[in-house]
Write a protein that binds this ligand. Structure first.
Ligand SMILES: NC(=O)c1ccc[n+]([C@@H]2O[C@H](COP(=O)([O-])OP(=O)(O)OC[C@H]3O[C@@H](n4cnc5c(N)ncnc54)[C@H](O)[C@@H]3O)[C@@H](O)[C@H]2O)c1
Length: 257
């Protein structure tokens, strides 16, 4: 993969569950670019798998963090501070909704289901930015991963569409907060990719097929394409870009029908 030189930078990636995670594609791109990385996984259950993924990497830190607890998130950044002193890059590639809230009528979403989806998939970006920013003493770049269901209705995506709308709004508000400290934040809006999370969405297969059939480029994207755009946004090549939602979707979002 063509790369950008990020040697000397430090970064943290939230959301690696397995080899198909978007976070893993981004982590690999950052590692290849020379970033000193911390890879964050949700729970003990994922530890072995994530350890296997990074086998052979000499400059990697593995940390566990459930983002429903602010203290856990703070702990990740405290560790980053202790190990590296400062931070240049933070990736938020985390989402969750209960399976029953990813099907049927949106108005049937339970209050608890709504709260959990918004808490994990949207709120969690706030503490990530809050605790990352003080470590970004020489400026920095934060990246979130979103989906076009923030803007348009994708039956089956349901409450996750609401979470993505919140997440994208947060990207703009955080960009406004942190811009004067030379800290940028953007989101990549990715087309459908086969991952653990997408498998939980009803109609995912149709969504993927329709993207392939109707997008200007008549194909689906790859995780590597998301990672390449992430690398660009996280690097100095994108030094004037903040608060943006960049589509990596072979152009699907521009189509009317
Ligand atoms: N796969 C797609 O088609 C697609 C498209 C656009 C956007 N996205 C977004 O990409 C991001 C990554 O998803 P993915 O598709 O790579 O799937 P994934 O399942 O590999 O990644 C989701 C991650 O969220 C983590 N997570 C869930 N609850 C958590 C919690 N309480 N604490 C900490 N971590 C938690 C999971 O452990 C997992 O690592 C998500 O924001 C998702 O909405 C995915």
């Amino acid at each position: 993969m063509t790369t950008i030189d990020l040697h000397g930078k430090t970064g943290v990636v939230f959301g690696v569950a397995n080899h198909s995670s978007i976070a893993w594609a981004i982590a690999q791109a950052l590692h290849d670019a020379g970033v000193n990385l911390a890879v964050v996984y949700q729970s003990e259950r994922l530890k072995d798998r994530v350890e296997k993924l990074v086998e052979g990497w000499d400059n990697v830190t593995l940390l566990e963090c459930d983002v429903t607890d602010d203290a856990n998130i703070k702990n990740v950044f405290d560790e980053m501070g202790k190990r590296f002193g400062s931070l240049s890059i933070a990736i938020h590639s985390v989402a969750y909704a209960h399976k029953e809230d990813l099907d049927g009528e949106f108005s049937s979403t339970s209050r608890k289901g709504f709260q959990d989806a918004l808490d994990i998939s949207a709120y969690s970006l706030l503490p990530v930015a809050r605790y990352a920013a003080p470590l970004m003493t020489e400026g920095g770049s934060i990246l979130a991963v979103t989906f076009e269901a923030s803007q348009r209705v994708y039956p089956g995506y349901n409450v996750m569409g609401t979470a993505k709308a919140a997440l994208e709004n947060e990207v703009r508000q955080i960009a406004s907060d942190l811009g004067q400290d030379n800290i940028r934040i953007n989101a990549v809006s990715a087309g459908p990719l086969d991952t653990l999370s997408s498998r939980a969405i009803s109609h995912y297969r149709d969504m993927k097929r329709i993207h392939r059939e109707r997008s200007p480029m008549r194909r689906n994207i790859t995780a590597e394409e998301v990672a390449k755009t992430a690398l660009f946004l996280l690097s100095d090549m994108a030094s004037g870009i903040t608060g943006e939602i960049v589509h990596v979707d072979t152009g699907y979002n521009i189509m009317g029908i």
